[in-house]
Design a protein around this ligand. Structure first.
Ligand code: DC
Length: 212
């Protein structure tokens, strides 16, 4: 069973993906980490994030097993990820690794922006996880402050709005709810309630599939 989970930044999709993967004993790929790692590689090399050739080369050279989890989680790496993710050659370079991960016969959970629309359009279950801008900014602000990043709530809210606009308006594989994705709005949900709601959706979809 392939479960595709998409949604904007700080919507709770990562937490939901981790919870769903754990519940069903499936492996999970956080595809945002690939774009973050490419963005970080360019930042480290002090290369312009719009340098297409260097970005594509970094994407091609990416080793999924050597991603520095701690360093890709900064807001700087997130913003860089969103920029390199708009380069079609970068997306093309990362496509195969994502499809290969999803091809595991045991199934998999993948989360990102274009999983249900581009990477795994035939996924058995698709979820589109979202939340209001304010709720997402509150969560991200807490997270970044918890890690000691000196940001204000207003800065975080503006960064998220900017990222939403870039991810949604790019021409190649924009952030989009697949027509057959189930919408899960986590604005007023705790982490536990969001995971519970996702599990109910997946279970119901599995039952429907089993019945047909
Ligand atoms: O989910 P995240 O915040 O870690 O993602 C970082 C950026 O990567 C996001 O702003 C857009 C990009 N991304 C993408 O374009 N496609 C994906 N499947 C996942 C992430």
């Amino acid at each position: 069973m392939i479960i595709a989970i998409d949604g904007p930044t700080a919507s709770g999709k990562g937490t939901v993906a981790a919870g769903v993967a754990k519940h069903f004993g499936l492996k999970r790929l956080d595809t945002g980490s690939l774009y973050r790692a490419v963005g970080l590689a360019l930042l480290d090399a002090r290369v312009d994030l719009a340098d297409e050739a260097r970005a594509v080369a970094a994407a091609r050279a990416l080793d999924l097993n050597a991603i520095d989890e701690a360093r890709i989680r900064t807001s700087q790496a997130g913003a860089a990820a969103s920029k390199v993710a708009a380069i079609p050659g970068v997306r093309a370079a990362l496509l195969q690794a994502q499809r290969a991960f999803a091809a595991d016969p045991a199934g998999a959970v993948l989360d990102g922006r274009d999983i249900g629309t581009v990477i795994c359009p035939d996924a058995e279950v698709k979820l589109f996880v979202t939340a209001s801008l304010q709720a997402r900014a509150r969560r991200r602000f807490g997270e970044l402050r918890g890690r000691g990043e000196p940001v204000t709530f207003e800065q975080v809210e503006a960064q998220i709005a900017e990222r939403d606009a870039r991810d949604t308006n790019r021409t190649d594989a924009p952030l989009l709810k697949a027509a057959d994705a189930h919408l899960l709005d986590t604005t007023d949900l705790s982490i536990e309630a969001a995971v519970e709601a996702a599990l109910r959706i997946v279970e119901a979809a599995r039952l429907r599939r089993g019945a047909t």
